[in-house]
Design a protein. Structure first.
Length: 118
């Protein structure tokens, strides 16, 4: 056997020594799994929430481009385009009737259509 080759010793258990000095360095880099999972879920939930908010803002901007002043949270009521039928400045005249309920108007129109049919 050549002398420049280092032969393995009869007992190689000395080569299998675990270096405990590196353990704290390696373990401290990664958080515990339950914390890492919770952090990732929170981060992804924040991303999803930001996307939803951004999409909602885009939809509102598109609605405001089409119909300025539109608010989907409020109830839309029809108004007459012919101007105010009441007195000047929005004050009702004493003899004018009170504004009717939209449902009453609808029922009256339907009854009128039905009577004109017969």
């Amino acid at each position: 056997m050549p002398t420049d080759i280092h032969p393995l010793p009869d007992d190689i258990t000395a080569y299998f020594v675990y270096p405990f000095t590196l353990e704290q360095h390696v373990v401290s880099l990664t958080p515990p799994p339950h914390i890492a999972i919770a952090e990732r879920r929170a981060r992804l939930a924040a991303i999803l929430h930001a996307r939803e908010v951004e999409e909602e803002q885009r939809e509102k901007a598109a609605l405001h481009r089409l119909a300025p002043g539109y608010n989907p949270a409020s109830v839309l009521t029809p108004t007459h385009a012919g101007g105010a039928e009441n007195g000047v400045g929005g004050v009702e005249a004493p003899g004018s009737p009170k504004p009717a309920d939209p449902m009453d108007d609808l029922v009256a129109q339907l009854e009128e259509m039905e009577s004109s049919r017969h």
